[in-house]
Design a protein around this ligand. Structure first.
Ligand code: E4P
Length: 299
């Protein structure tokens, strides 16, 4: 049986890599950027090595320039991340999003899946925005995204972070599998469909934090809609002659513990889901890391 290859986004903030990736596989469906990837952009790194930090305006101008360079190569969605921490308010995140949304024709704003990020996204979608809900580590976060985006005019992206769970000894692929199962259940319930999208699933599964070919193949086999893939993994895929697994493919377990499926209830009130906690504090760590990467660029 043939399987549908998910859309491929490049996980990078370097336009030179965008060109290289396109040359390598012949196309790119989109790209995701984040503060850590911006900090690793060769031009920015050079500036930092010379001891030059940036003002907030310079940083945003630089990020915008990077996005516009990428847009010359990629016609599909480009995800751009707001600068957030636990103290950020929804109003603050919304303001950043409205500015970043003007940087290109097909921008998806990456909001962290924390209470302020969900509130900002919910409002932003009402104003016609597009989102990629990021730093997703739990089914509760995924459930909150499902209901917060129910009335959107266009599909939203959900980014579960696979590799970061693996780093903690848990199988990050389980989060993708469990979320897809929960979403199918929600979609079959009364009131569980987005009427603007004529019954199509309104949240697209974007497999993120892909660190290996196993993650790449397992995301295909599980039926992810999109995968955001670092250059290194695309190169490895080329070595394997762009092999595509079927739906029976399972990544080798490597002794990782399972993440157990939770039968969460569907609740149209996104605020009813507890998104601020998960056992390993991966969310806290992830938010702090992105914020620190942002801060280290600033004067
Ligand atoms: C993409 O949108 C994510 O920010 C990225 O995949 C995170 O990957 P990492 O866990 O390797 O930092």
């Amino acid at each position: 049986m043939s399987i549908k290859l998910p859309k491929i986004h490049l996980d990078s903030s370097d336009p030179a890599e965008t060109k290289k990736a396109k040359g390598l596989i012949g196309y790119l469906d989109g790209q995701t950027t984040n503060p850590s990837l911006v900090a690793n952009n060769p031009d920015i790194k050079k500036r930092l090595d010379e001891g030059k930090k940036l003002t907030e305006k310079e940083l945003l101008d630089f990020y915008k320039q990077v996005v516009q360079e990428i847009e010359k190569e990629v016609a599909g969605p480009i995800s751009v991340e707001v600068n957030a921490n636990w103290e950020s308010t929804a109003a603050d995140l919304l303001k950043q999003a409205e500015n970043m949304f003007t940087w290109g024709k097909n921008i998806h704003i990456k909001f962290p899946t924390i209470p302020a990020g969900l509130e900002a996204a919910n409002q932003f979608l009402k104003n016609g925005g597009r989102v990629n809900m990021t730093l997703v580590f739990t089914q509760e976060q995924a459930a909150a995204v499902y209901t917060a985006t129910l009335k959107a005019q266009s599909p939203s992206f959900l980014s579960p972070f696979i590799g970061r769970w693996d780093d903690r000894g848990f199988d990050g692929m389980d989060l993708v599998k469990n979320t897809l199962k929960m979403y199918r259940k929600f979609h079959s319930l009364p009131g569980g469909k987005n009427e603007n999208l004529k019954g199509k699933m309104h949240v697209l599964m974007l497999a993120a934090s892909i660190r290996s070919l196993d993650h790449f193949y397992a995301s295909i086999a599980l039926g992810a809609d999109i995968m955001t893939v670092p250059m290194k993994i695309l190169e490895q895929w080329i070595h394997e002659e762009q092999w595509i697994p079927d739906e029976h493919y399972r990544a080798p377990s490597k002794g990782l513990k399972s993440i157990v499926y939770k039968d969460l209830p569907f609740n149209p009130d996104f605020k009813s889901y507890d998104v601020s906690k998960e056992d390993g504090s991966l969310l806290d760590e992830g938010l702090k890391k992105f914020s620190a990467d942002w801060q280290k660029l600033l004067q």
